[in-house]
Design a protein around this ligand. Structure first.
Ligand code: SAM
Length: 267
């Protein structure tokens, strides 16, 4: 007898605001047998999963991983081999600093069918809610997504490519190495007075923004002492926030029942 055909859906959950989930993601969440989820997803999204669907927490914290990547890959393969429809729910977009590619490689090796459902990445969602357009004809013609994550504490990036005029730099996982990052950017030619912002808990009611320059941002962040995920945006587009910030100015929003947003902690 042939094995039952399971399948894995690699799904982006968006950056925080549960309403940023796509309709396709909602459909697969409501029609699956098991959800394997990260910590950085809106907890309300799990309330959208029908009762009886198994939930497996795969974790991932800043400095240690709850389940090692190899174990996560194994869980996905085992669940699908048991004939189940598996949703692998990841924060933001699974293909942007999300290890989505690594998980799919393991599925390919095991011969498991899959689909990818993209999500709103932090750069898009958090930029939007902070009132910072990533490109603008008067400010930036290109935008670069980089990771501040380092193995030995030293950022190792292509500084020449990063330090270009009229370019926005979006730094994921840049909180810990922020001082070294800002120093390197200045040393490789970006002006110390270039606008730079750090957004904590972007798209959530707890969103906080530290806005300054490359020179001042590390101290501003130290003062802010963030507890949630932080995205750093560098470039003259950051100055547009003065005029374009909207999220902090609006009345608290009433979300559909069950979708009330809750804050998260990134450590
Ligand atoms: C491991 S990366 C995952 C990125 C995710 N795949 C995406 O597309 O957004 C986690 C980093 O994304 C950024 N991030 C994710 N959600 C965020 C949020 N709501 N506010 C600020 N930064 C966020 C932070 O830099 C955090 O350290």
């Amino acid at each position: 007898m042939s094995e039952p055909a399971g399948k894995v859906y690699l799904v982006g959950a968006g950056p925080g605001d549960p309403e940023l989930l796509t309709l396709k993601a909602l459909r697969v969440l409501q029609d699956c047998d098991v959800v394997v989820h990260d910590r950085l997803i809106a907890p309300e999204l799990l309330d959208l999963v029908p009762e009886g669907v198994e939930r497996i927490f795969a974790g991932k914290r800043r400095d240690h991983h709850h389940l090692p990547q190899g174990d996560i890959n194994r869980v996905l393969v085992e669940q699908a081999r048991a004939g189940r429809r598996v949703v692998r729910l990841k924060g933001g977009d699974p293909f942007v600093f999300g290890r989505g590619g690594e998980e799919l490689e393991a599925l390919v090796e095991a011969g498991i069918p899959f689909e990818v459902v993209p999500g709103v990445s932090a750069a898009n969602g958090v930029g939007a809610y902070a009132g910072i357009p990533l490109t603008h004809r008067d400010h930036a013609q290109s935008v670069l997504f980089v990771t501040g994550h380092t193995k030995n504490g030293e950022p190792d990036l292509n500084w020449t490519a990063i330090c270009q005029p009229r370019q926005t730099i979006v730094i994921y996982m840049g909180l810990k190495p922020i001082r070294a990052l800002c120093e390197r950017l200045i040393r490789h030619g970006l002006p110390a007075h270039l606008p730079a912002a750090a957004i904590e808990n972007g798209t959530l009611p707890e969103q906080r923004v530290a806005s300054g320059t490359l020179a001042s941002l590390p101290d501003l962040l130290a003062e802010m002492a963030p507890d949630g995920p932080v995205l750093v945006i560098v470039g003259s587009v950051v100055s547009l926030r003065q005029e374009l910030s909207w999220f902090e100015r609006q009345e608290p929003r009433l979300l559909p029942t069950g979708l009330e947003a809750r804050g998260r902690r990134d450590h």
